[in-house]
Design a protein around this ligand. Structure first.
Ligand code: NAP
Length: 306
């Protein structure tokens, strides 16, 4: 029996574990792939205080090392069932069922797909949702990035040093990504490294055993254009990973978990932190903040209820 089970080892989950472990609570982290969550897929991070610039993987490793040194237990497995209505929470995974006094949901969010025919067929055969993970497969090749937010911008900056040309396909001509990064991309546009394909949506994905081209439609004049590429990086946002728990907990209309200011959900002893929670700003620094707040409340909850 653990004091706390945390599902998801991103900055939110790791910070929660650090605060709880320092208060001598026992913590089990259940992580699907590797600690760090989306941060692992981020190239350079330049807005996390204390580091002018740090690699996402490096920051994740530092957080995980800090938690592990304090005594964090980690299993790498997928949760397959949540039993959360009793005082003791039971979390079933492919590697056994674990019990705890409290549960912290920190599963983050998963990449949104384009929902265009053949998308699934070409995943890993030309389509990727993580430039930092797969960019190196496209050395000196031509790629396209879809999206208009900060992730698509960062993907372009990362890929610019690797590939020969990038088409940035965005469905509008205004961006969500920050102006400062857009200026950097405009520099690349001057030498032809990046071409902006604006007001355009991907209509089809074509190829044989590998993706060879995309057809985009200009939303203004309805003209279609085929762009020959070797790889397509889809960076159109994320959706919360809450399918498994959606019938057991209060969510908003987009599937994000609703909490109060102490990160409590509507189920006693169950907390939600980080990107999986309904909130305005999803950043590393706000994920860490959620984790700290949740753990402080949990420590209090355990002392009063167990
Ligand atoms: P985002 O900000 O939600 O942007 C998603 C982009 O994809 C939008 O431009 C959107 O277009 C487009 N899009 C959505 N669905 C689409 C579809 N079906 N087809 C075509 N285009 C579609 O997502 P994000 O870029 O992943 O960023 C998520 C959050 O993380 C943001 O708050 C961002 O600032 C933050 N982030 C921060 C950093 C950093 O600070 N270093 C780095 C990465 C991400 P519309 O604009 O037309 O809606």
């Amino acid at each position: 029996m653990y004091d706390i089970i945390i599902v998801g080892g991103g900055p939110a989950g790791l910070t929660a574990s650090i605060y709880a472990l320092r208060a001598k609570k026992s913590v089990l982290l259940i992580e699907r792939y590797m600690p760090g969550g989306q941060v692992v897929q981020t190239g350079k991070i330049e807005n996390y205080p204390g580091f002018k610039s740090i690699d996402g993987m490096e920051l994740s490793n530092l957080m995980f090392e800090q938690a592990s040194d304090l005594g964090l237990e980690t299993i790498y497995s997928d949760v397959i069932e949540y039993d959360i209505n009793s005082k003791i929470k039971k979390i079933k995974t492919y590697d056994g069922t674990f019990e705890s006094k409290t549960l912290v949901l920190a599963m983050g969010a998963v990449a949104r797909q384009l929902d265009v025919e053949n998308e699934k067929k070409y995943i890993g055969k030309g389509i990727s949702y993580c430039a930092t993970c797969d960019g190196n497969f496209y050395k000196d090749k031509v790629v396209a990035v879809v999206g208009g937010g900060n992730t698509s911008f960062e993907d372009c900056l990362y890929l610019a040093d690797i590939v020969s040309k990038i088409y940035l396909i965005h469905r509008r001509d205004e961006f969500r990504g920050d102006v400062h990064t857009l200026q950097k991309l405009k520099e690349y546009e001057k030498n032809g490294k990046i071409e902006f394909v604006l007001n355009s949506v991907v209509k089809s994905l074509n190829g044989d055993d590998k993706l060879r081209s995309v057809v985009v439609e200009n939303k203004l004049d309805k003209k279609e254009r085929e762009i020959v590429i070797d790889g397509l990086f889809v960076a159109i946002g994320r959706r919360p990973d809450t399918n498994l728990i959606q019938d057991k907990i209060n969510l908003d209309e987009n599937g994000y978990i609703l909490t109060d200011e102490n990160m409590r959900t509507n189920v006693e002893g169950v907390y939600a932190i980080g990107d999986v929670r309904q909130k305005r700003l999803r950043q590393i620094v706000t994920a860490c903040s959620d984790g700290a707040i949740a753990s402080v409340d949990i420590i209090d909850y355990i002392s009063k209820n167990f």
